[in-house]
Write a protein that binds this ligand. Structure first.
Ligand code: ADP
Ligand code: MG
Length: 248
């Protein structure tokens, strides 16, 4: 491993035990992937191949059965504020206002006092386009606005790595494209602390539009079968065609 790598997944496999069948089911095998600063990585693959399982291990929510995942040179053993995650179904706290949802990860912060937390939340509300909705509850919001809260909550802790599990797939196409292009603007402006992103998606054109490295996951147990590094529009078009074939 070199120091330039932010996240390093080495020979990771994951098995789940089936309580009822007293059997063991391998879900992922020999996953190898390195995330470098500046990269926006997408992972595409069919449903059930283990994409969310891999992302949860990167977040420290779940542990590999074998292999290791290092973040900034140290093995990930539990969740930390340096890595945060956005979920397909928003996973907001329904009993909390927008303001409190966003502040959630900061409440136990030793780095910030209440005034600083409030300021941080206000900044994010402006940045992510949630102005005027501070006191609203999740049920009062459209899907697009809910996911804006999901992004703001994930970004509140100033993560170095942002993990996205199909963040736009519950939204209609236009809403998803608007939110993803707002995210890209923030990412490219570079005024977030974020060094890299890893996104899971079903959507090849979304992966090609947003990311510079695309992994294709397939098989049972799932593994990474291809990687595309996209630099030019020609490569992007070719990659789309090849990926469609890989997934057929
Ligand atoms: P994907 O995100 O690619 O659709 P998942 O990672 O959600 O796939 O799931 C991959 C497989 O692992 C599925 O068969 C799923 O049922 C199984 N699985 C996921 N989480 C668990 C769990 N906690 N216990 C047992 N099986 C699980
Ligand atoms: Mg999934």
């Amino acid at each position: 491993m070199t120091n330039s790598e932010l996240l390093n997944v080495k020979h990771v496999s994951k098995k789940f035990e089936h309580a009822e069948k007293s059997g063991i089911r391998p879900v992922l095998t020999d996953i190898n992937l390195a995330v470098k600063p500046g990269q926006f990585i997408s992972i595409i693959g069919p449903s059930g191949v283990g994409k969310s399982t891999l992302l949860r291990m990167m977040a420290g929510i779940s542990r590999p059965s074998t292999g290791t995942i290092d973040f900034a040179g140290r093995q990930i053993v539990k969740p930390s504020q340096r890595i945060s995650m956005v979920f397909q179904n928003f996973a907001l706290f329904p009993w909390l206002t927008v303001q409190k949802n966003i502040a959630f990860g900061l409440e136990n912060s030793r780095k910030r006092n209440q005034g600083q937390i409030q300021q941080k939340v206000r900044d994010l509300i402006n940045l992510i386009g949630l102005k005027g909705l501070e006191a609203a509850y999740p049920y009062e919001l459209s899907g697009g606005m809910k996911q804006r809260v999901g992004f703001a909550r994930a970004l509140a802790v100033d993560p170095e790595l942002l993990l996205l599990d199909e963040p736009f797939s519950a939204l209609d196409v236009l809403t998803g494209e608007q939110l993803s292009s707002d995210l890209m603007t923030l990412w490219r402006q570079g005024d977030l602390n974020m060094k890299a992103l890893v996104m899971i998606t079903h959507n090849i054109s979304e992966a090609v539009r947003l990311s510079n490295v695309i992994y294709v996951m397939n098989g049972s147990p799932g593994t990474l079968v291809r990687v595309y590094r996209l630099k030019t529009p020609v490569e992007q078009r070719t990659a789309s065609q090849i990926m469609r074939k890989t997934l057929e």
